[in-house]
Design a binder for this molecule. Structure first.
Ligand code: LAN
Length: 728
């Protein structure tokens, strides 16, 4: 019953079922590596029943009883945690859908297709269901992310993916999507990444793709624009793309590819002047128009460098070096790679280089599973291979903030969570880190798991805080000895930028003016590491906590570090009093962090003008019903904008945490917010999904499924601890 995706015309007869049987899906947890299985065999399904977590991910009824109705915030806390505890996985972490971006799943499907990987019917079916469910209700297209308007990027990529999965072009939802694509100008008006993928597939010609020269990797390290200085994600994506671009590598031509050539464009395929469309782009996709500098560079590369100056010797040297870097990335992550974007591309690179059946290809295909996720709507691709360490750290902190880590009721759950973080700490730097430009990572935690293994400043910090807090609570096992804590701190201390602020994966390596070379069109602020209020706060609060227990370790450096961050945070405050968030929506999220930073040095509403202005900003945005409701539009426009669907639980929790941290003097607004969180809680302790919470690169939104537990719990816990007798 497999859809055999050979590059044969037989693809057209791919068998889809109407839908998969949702009761057959299982999430397999192998020490924090989460992959989905579909159990076609009845016996197997019986031996491996669905867990609460499986059922919850799949939108099935958990059959949990109603809990006693909460009268005080602390009761709501216990109810919420009672529910959340049920979702904890075997390894001690929590699973999560991490969807939102609509350009990831197509990359995985393209990689399967390019490598002639058979796709079982249940995956093809589940992906089709998901994309059908997520087509824009008005025009049937797809956007950059699930809440966005249809774009050429989303529509051309997902339409193509569906066709490669065997979906018929005549199905009504495909006809509708195609109509929208054509209205937007067709695939000649797609952004760079789509043009790249369509050329790999042979649906378009490489001449339509603006240059991606691997030669840049031959520049000496001192050159200000050398790619090792770029933001990690962009340089890794650029790396894989540049290899395939340099080879002008194309899949075998098949019937469906020939059909796509007739479906994606608004003019006859043979008549398209590919070269002239390099810079064509639909307005809705053109979030970050290319700079004059990049346009000039592209013109030079396309018209002078490529045809006249680029010798074979240069090309092979560049390809060989990039190929080596791809191998190092694969080796350092056991083929998981940084994220599913470059993982999909590296899969194709290995196939193009090593041929079908090679270990590198097989291992990549296996690893791509780590990023796939299943829910009631079907199968999607997560933004990373999970949110494991990050969610685990916040779950622990929510209980600590409620002062309940010593409560025997929560000890087993917290101990398992601690064991997870113990297991997930990265114990060594990568081999040859200087050759492949990797950042020091010994002692760190990644966002997802240690197999991916990329340290992030705030992921290290939040995990470290959680470990210290639990290990300093009487009765918890001492799993990490002092040396392992010092390793984490040593790595954290490498993260400060010259501005005083902290970046994400690495301290900044190049000038912010590098943004002029941003070729992606759909994202902003991607070329170098910036300073992030969120990351900076996480780091200094971690250092402060560490300092409290180990006051003699690198004391002066830590002090200097913290002073730098604080000055940076103060400089970043907007005139209205809020702070701009880069990883959560938006001013509400970052203002929570900024006020936490200030509180960590004793600056609160009463003692600091910065804290007071921050609080006033939040209060001025509180809604009638006591909640907060910021829209992702704030991230795009840098202007506080409300979400049309009204107050959101997660957003309300962020604002309350901020106000409580800053010791806001008037309890009335706090009580109103707490009441909203309590009113939205279901009888079994759960909170339901509302609007999307996260963001990256200003334009793309991403779902943090567990935030609706960790942050409301934290807010309830903090409130209850501070005002134990208050009822809202
Ligand atoms: C993430 C996810 C986690 C996030 C936080 C830890 C929350 C943040 O505080 C620091 C940055 C980080 C690690 C982050 C960076 C960018 C990621 C990896 C993502 C938002 C998830 C997906 C996104 C990635 C860039 C998606 C692929 C897109 C490209 C432009 C390559």
């Amino acid at each position: 019953s497999d859809v055999q995706l050979t590059n044969e015309p037989s693809l057209k007869i791919a068998k889809h079922q109407e839908q998969t049987d949702i009761s057959r899906w299982r999430c397999l947890d192998e020490k924090g590596r989460l992959t989905w299985r579909y159990l076609e065999d009845d016996d197997e399904a019986e031996k491996w029943p669905q867990s609460y977590a499986d059922k919850w991910f799949l939108g099935l009824d958990l059959g949990l009883p109603d809990l006693p109705e909460p009268t005080k915030p602390i009761d709501a806390f216990h109810n919420g945690l009672t529910f959340f505890e049920k979702l904890q996985l075997e390894s001690g972490t929590w699973g999560s859908e991490y969807g939102g971006p609509m350009f990831l799943l197509p990359g995985v499907v393209f990689a399967w297709y390019a490598t002639q990987t058979p796709i079982p019917w249940y995956k093809a079916t589940a992906i089709k269901s998901y994309l059908k469910a997520r087509a824009h209700p008005d025009d049937g297209g797809w956007g950059l992310h699930i809440e966005g308007e249809s774009t050429v990027f989303g529509t051309a990529m997902n339409y193509t993916a569906l066709r490669l999965l065997g979906v018929d072009a005549d199905e009504p939802f495909m006809v509708k999507a195609r109509g929208t694509l054509h209205k937007l100008g067709g695939a000649t008006h797609a952004p760079h990444w789509t043009k790249f993928w369509l050329s790999v597939l042979g649906v378009s010609k490489w001449e339509m793709v603006n240059p991606i020269p691997p030669e840049l990797w031959l520049l000496p390290d001192w050159v200000p624009i050398a790619p090792w200085r770029w933001w990690l994600h962009i340089r890794q994506v650029f790396m894989s793309m540049s290899y395939l671009y340099s080879k002008r590598w194309v899949c075998e031509e098949t019937e469906v590819i020939r059909e796509l050539r007739n479906e994606l464009f608004v003019q006859p395929w043979e008549s398209i002047d590919w070269f002239s469309h390099r810079n064509s782009i639909a307005d809705i996709d053109n979030f970050h128009p290319k700079s004059w500098l990049l346009n000039t560079a592209n013109w030079f590369l396309a018209n002078i460098w490529n045809p006249y100056l680029r010798t074979k010797a240069i090309a092979s040297k560049a390809e060989a070096w990039v190929s080596k870097l791809v191998d190092m990335e694969d080796a350092n992550t056991d083929y998981a790679d940084l994220a599913p974007v470059n993982a999909a591309m590296n899969t194709v690179v290995c196939y193009a280089r090593d041929g079908p059946g090679a270990y590198s290809v097989r291992r990549h295909i296996d690893r791509l599973e780590d990023a796939l996720w299943v829910k009631d709507e079907g199968m999607l691709c997560n933004g990373t291979n999970g949110v494991q360490s990050w969610d685990t750290a916040f779950a622990i902190q929510a209980v600590i903030d409620a002062d309940l880590a010593e409560d025997p009721r929560w000890r087993p759950m917290l101990t398992k969570a601690l064991e997870f973080l113990d297991d997930q700490q990265i114990r060594e730097n990568v081999a040859d880190q200087d050759i492949c430009y990797r950042q020091q990572r010994k002692g760190a935690w990644a966002f997802s798991n240690k197999y991916q293994g990329y340290a992030v400043s705030d992921c290290v910090s939040e995990a470290l805080k959680s470990v210290i807090l639990l290990q300093k609570t009487p009765g918890y096992p001492q799993l990490l000895d002092d040396q392992r804590i010092f390793d984490a701190v040593d790595t954290l201390l490498t993260y400060q930028n010259a501005t005083g602020g902290c970046a994400s994966y690495e301290p900044r390596r190049g000038s912010e003016r590098m943004e002029m070379l941003n070729a992606a069109e759909v994202f902003e602020n991607i070329m170098v590491e910036y300073d992030y209020v969120e990351c900076s706060t996480a780091v200094i609060t971690a250092l402060s906590l560490f300092n409290k227990y180990w006051p003699d370790y690198r004391t002066a450096e830590i002090k200097r570090f913290k002073d730098g961050v604080l000055a940076f945070i103060k400089r970043q405050q907007y005139p209205h009093g809020g702070w701009y968030g880069s990883w959560g929506i938006c001013f509400t999220y970052a203002t929570m962090f900024a006020l936490e930073s200030l509180e960590s040095v004793g600056e609160t509403y009463a003692t600091s003008l910065y804290a007071k202005k921050g609080c006033d900003f939040l209060i001025s945005n509180q809604r009638e019903d006591g909640g907060w409701s910021e829209s992702y539009r704030s991230c795009e426009t840098n202007v506080y904008t409300e979400h049309p669907t009204g107050s959101q639980v997660v957003m309300t929790a962020w604002a309350l945490i901020a106000l409580i941290k800053a010791d806001y003097p008037d309890m009335e607004p706090l009580k109103k917010g707490i009441k909203l969180i309590m009113d939205r809680q279901c009888a079994n302790g759960e909170w339901k999904q509302e609007a999307i919470e996260g963001v990256f690169n200003k334009s793309c939104m991403i779902l943090y499924q567990n935030y609706k537990f960790t942050f409301p719990l934290k807010a309830l816990g903090m409130f209850a601890k501070k005002y134990p007798d208050e009822r809202p």
